[in-house]
Design a protein around this ligand. Structure first.
Ligand code: TYD
Length: 205
């Protein structure tokens, strides 16, 4: 049996990590076999690549290096962890996947979208999530949450204009892929958002 691949997307501080975790705990309680993972990272090798990507000292990283490192992390993650889990029938919940690459590297860094799609498909064997939650929130609000929580990493440290372009790109992606995306209002309470997500997922299973 094929499993179910669910991804969470959104700008910094939108709350998707919290929601991914809550969904994971909910499904576990229902005795549904699932895996909670994230990008960049998710495997030993991918976590090493993540460190390079997010290190604020790597300010001189050129955009194409950034793109290829995200994809290198994803290839390892996809083939080592995500695909085998799906093949064994599990639900895989992933905090960010390739829509982040389209939004951050495509729109944010101005790398042609078609190229990003092409090499992403090559890097992942064309794996596409069954369901993607876009937790949408005002950019300033999200950044404020991060400021309160911790310092900024290399990506979070980009200017507000950058993050606004990223948010716009996520919303366009959601509009262009209506069957896969669900847009969730990230300004609602954690409990309300969780309930909304659970209802959608239970309808899917
Ligand atoms: P992370 O700490 O996981 O941030 P968040 O909690 O917001 O998910 O760092 C991931 C960062 O990497 C985040 O700023 C988004 C960025 N990113 C890309 O630019 N491209 C990608 O393909 C992915 C997966 C993430």
């Amino acid at each position: 049996m094929e499993g179910l691949f669910i991804t969470f997307e959104g700008v910094e501080g939108c709350g998707k990590t919290t929601q991914a975790k809550l969904l994971y705990e909910f499904l576990r309680q229902k005795n549904i076999e699932c895996v909670l993972t994230h990008e960049p990272g998710g495997t030993r090798i991918s976590e090493k690549i993540r460190e390079i990507l997010l290190d604020s000292e790597n300010g001189e990283m050129v955009y194409l290096t950034e793109l290829f490192l995200y994809l290198a992390s994803r290839s390892q993650h996809t083939f080592e962890k995500i695909m085998p889990s799906l093949k064994s029938g599990k639900v895989v919940i992933c905090d960010r996947y390739f829509d982040s690459t389209l939004a951050y590297q495509g729109e944010g860094r101005n790398i042609p979208k078609q190229k990003v799609i092409e090499i992403n498909n090559f890097a992942t064997g064309g794996l596409i999530p069954h369901l993607t939650f876009l937790i949408d929130i005002d950019v300033e609000k999200g950044i404020e949450r991060i400021r309160e929580r911790k310092g900024f990493d290399r990506m979070e440290g980009q200017n507000t204009e950058f993050h606004k372009r990223v948010r716009g790109a996520f919303l366009s992606l959601a509009r262009e892929n209506k069957e896969r995306f669900r847009i969730i209002d990230g300004s609602k309470s954690i409990e309300l958002i969780h309930k909304e997500i659970v209802n959608i997922v239970l309808n899917f299973i």
